[in-house]
Design a protein around this ligand. Sequence first.
Ligand SMILES: Nc1ncnc2c1ncn2[C@@H]1O[C@H](COP(=O)(O)OP(=O)(O)O)[C@@H](O)[C@H]1O
Ligand SMILES: [Mg+2]
Length: 369
Amino acid sequence: MYVKTIELDHFRNYIHLTMDFHEKVNILLGPNAQGKTNLMEAIYMSSFGKSFRTSRDGELIGFTNDQARIKIGLVKEEEEFMMEINLRQEGKEIKKEGRKILKLADMLDHVYVVVFSPEDLRIVKDEPEKRRKFVDRELSLLKPVYYDDITQYKKSLMQRNALLKEKEVKQDLLDIWDDAMIKWGCRIIRKRREFIKKLSGISSTIHENITEGKENLEIRYDSDIPWSGGEEELMEMYHAILKKNRSKDIFRGTSTRGPHKDDLQVLVNDLDIRHYGSQGQQRTAALSLKLAEIRLIEEEKGESPILLLDDVLSELDSQRQKFLIQTLRDLQIFITATEISPELSSSLPEKRIYQVLEGTVKKEEYIPI
Ligand SMILES: Nc1ncnc2c1ncn2[C@@H]1O[C@H](COP(=O)(O)OP(=O)(O)O)[C@@H](O)[C@H]1O
Ligand SMILES: [Mg+2]
């Protein structure tokens, strides 16, 4: 699928913008702080209904106005449709073809966007929370009901934690929140396990290609509820773990166990590179993971996602750049950068180049070399 048109009103530093994009490669060049990432953010909004940079929608509204609007025209399997997002300080409204979308989970099955930024290259060495976010975001896109599971789990976790902080903890109330955590938590664990297995298979093949067979990558689910048996066993085990840790949880005033503590193990040639890998290994593994994420969407949805490469190309050496671009030949790609090497530019035949300056975007009439 691809983005055909965009129209922005008072979104970030864009007062008004209307433009169309190339079906394949769009390169957005410009100095820092001109609006390149803001444009990526607007495209991302059409998929997730929220930003990848902030959870506060208010920040997205232009400083000089009290509301903002994003309209994105898309093409998916020959079908054209429009996603519209209206942002106000009090809240937002999202529409597909003029029809309101009431829940975020209902939004997720229309537009598939993958964003790849320098932060993603650090995913292997960063704290577990980043890897959980990666899994959650991807799984929500693949299985929108997962987004509901996560939302419900987080609600139960918050309630349980609030209860644990009270002076006198009511045990019967705690039982109720234990049950809620187990109910939603088990759904999360099951889906994460299945997803990580698939992700590991695909990223392993990709990694082998990038490293020309030198490295073998494996992703393992480092679950806080270590379960390998059937459904019933998972529930029982989870229950037992919560019971066993109850007095510790009360003492600490927080839930110490559950899928909110999950992680991914990233093994290269059987060594956990979260702690032992070189920076180069960690980055290549991150690249493999990201490419696997794209392939998984293609496999499960039968549709290519739109890829946003925000400031990430300059962080990769030319060999990895080439690999990335070659592998992604069939996708619509947005590349932002302050500059692009002539070599890379000429390796991309089907493209359009734009200059981004102070919230305006101009098509390049000629291709700078
Ligand atoms: N809500 C907003 N209203 C107006 N301008 C904003 C808003 N949020 C960010 N900006 C401006 O956008 C610019 C940063 O844009 P960004 O897309 O991140 O830059 P880059 O081109 O480096 O990716 C900054 O100049 C910042 O002041
Ligand atoms: Mg930027």
